[in-house]
Design a protein around this ligand. Structure first.
Ligand SMILES: [Zn+2]
Length: 86
């Protein structure tokens, strides 16, 4: 018997980002969900839930999903506990 208490895992903050025009073709300009580190510096490259690498300068942060959402990101977000960034 122990006195260890288990807390629920913290929610992770995610941002909705879309790669800028010219960085990728129009077909790949979908809205990805990108987990944002809760503390420490923002890394040089973030990773969307679907695995797409996102360089901060190559993407725009959206205040909502507009246009086509990334289906892989949406599918993976339904399995996690996320809090929106905005
Ligand atoms: Zn994605």
């Amino acid at each position: 018997m122990t006195n260890v208490a288990y807390a629920e895992p913290a929610e992770e903050v995610v941002a909705i980002v879309r790669l800028r025009r010219g960085v990728v073709g129009e077909r790949r300009r979908v809205c990805h969900l990108v987990p944002i580190p809760g503390s420490g510096p923002v890394p040089h490259e973030l990773l969307a839930l679907c695995g797409e690498p996102i360089a901060p300068g190559d993407a725009e942060v959206m205040n909502r999903i507009c246009g086509m959402p990334c289906e892989a990101c949406l599918a993976r977000s339904s399995r996690g506990r996320y809090r929106s960034f905005w």
